[in-house]
Design a protein around this ligand. Sequence first.
Ligand SMILES: [Zn+2]
Length: 607
Amino acid sequence: MNQLSKETIHQVVQGFDIIEFISEFVPLAKAGKEFKGLCPFHSEKTPSFTVSSEKQLYYCFGCGSGGNIISFLMKYENCSFVEAIESLAQRKGIKLPEENSTVPQDSKWKEKEAIIQINGMAARYYHDLLMKSPAGKSAQRYLESRGVTSQTMEEFCLGYSKNSWKDLLLFFQKKNVSLDEALDAGVASHRQERNEGYDRFRGRIIFPIYSPDGQIIALGGRKIEDESLGPKYMNSSETLVYSKSNSLYGLYQAKQFIRKCGFAIVVEGYLDFHSLYQAGIRNVVATLGTSLTQGHVKLLERYTKKVVFIYDADQAGISATLRGLDIFQQENREVHVVMLPSGHDPDSFIRTFGPEELNKRIDHSTPAVEFLINQSIQRNTTSTVEGKVKATKEILLILSKVFDPLVRMEYVKLVAKLLDMHEEIILDQLQGRIQESRHASQRSSLGGARVSPLKNVRGNGNVTVLDAIQVAERMLIGLICRGDVSMEDVIAKSILDHDFQSEPMREIAETAFSLWREKRRMMPEELIFALKDEKLRGIVSGFLFEEMDHGDINKEFQDYVTKIKSRELIKKLHYLQNEIKSRPHNDPQINMLLKEYSEIKKKITIS
Ligand SMILES: [Zn+2]
């Protein structure tokens, strides 16, 4: 935000109507004072995504995301603040002042731009080779034999690299791109002994890898049968803008379909991707020769929380699913699996049975947990005791990762039936397992935890007081955001930013107070602008959408103030406690300390 002047931002944003704007992305229907639609940020069946014309804000009661038109664009297009402003300016036909528009947000900005530019050049060079050169003919024929149409070759800018060591580098030489730049961009390699560079991709089909906003950030190469040595798949080396575990092939093209369908299909190879995409199953992405990582999940999560894996019927696929499941089970994400019949990959399956049949299987995909349970039972001979014990162990491990206790219980019933065991026994063992892993995680989290003086009070039955303070902080920030109480009122009660100590209210309070100090006013719109964290913007928007049925605001306000102030008292209490304990029994001060202690204790319980 510092890079664009406030006037520029105001000029750009002014005149956009949030209802009109968001309607372009999300169908909205009028509901009372507000507009509602299906949230684009989480998958839902009844609309809880609410947009207010009066407030010029949106808020989703389902997932808590919220904010203004800029926050919406940032989240929807997965772009930075500056990029969102630029995009809005473009829509309006406003040209941003030169010195402001391209913003070196980090010092590496120039290098990143160069990498993207060079990858784009390389992709177009390889694309021309594929489409126009005699050398590209055989590659074209190969792609056609795998069912890839020339329209796809154009749309995805597919290419071909000759089986030569210097082809791309010679092209770069003519274009004044140095070897160092090509190395930095990940499209060339370096031979130490001879101190010379060479093309990274030789004799391969080139699949450009796009960022979610459509820039070519790397290249993927797939071996053409017999034409080159080396692994079947090979990608650009990792660069400032590209890492394998944070990129998904086809996401840029598929993201709108993923949103529309409410789930993403994950396949393993480029050609698998293209056969689905061409067959009209377009909510698909491919991992780039790795199993699904946390980075991939994060990336997908901007569009959906549900993923359907399509796997070949081999062992590698199953363990990959298990790893994917591990990542996905946290935070209630949904994972399903489609297992193809033995000997088939997605491409051959579509050719043999047609896309409708694949669609049918996707519609009836198995929840991953169920899939893994079945796999385990099939793998182990559960008619023998040893087999049963082994299967139970494996299954307990799977079930212990299921996030939702109700869902977990359903699976316990299923497993009991499948293994012919009593539910209680499975449940019992499962409970043990879960507790064990919880202890382990607690132990590790305690190790690094910052111990505040307040923590020690918890042991003395004050945990409810601390909870009440947390609630009070939240309620008070709500009052402030809605303008029910002014900052002056708050400060008059000698409540300042440092009185808010529980996250995330502390950060919101700090931003609100610093706005107030700067301008002597605190407008919620400006607060949302000033908050850098998307979650916090959501929380503040949520406050503004909260329908409060107010009784006596002043009384409520005083109540929160008292509660927040009692934090100081608890500290005092703790101090007294230690003093009393550390003194000998006959210390003349003890009675006085005890009296003070009980007085403070009374005050805390009353409030
Ligand atoms: Zn939502």
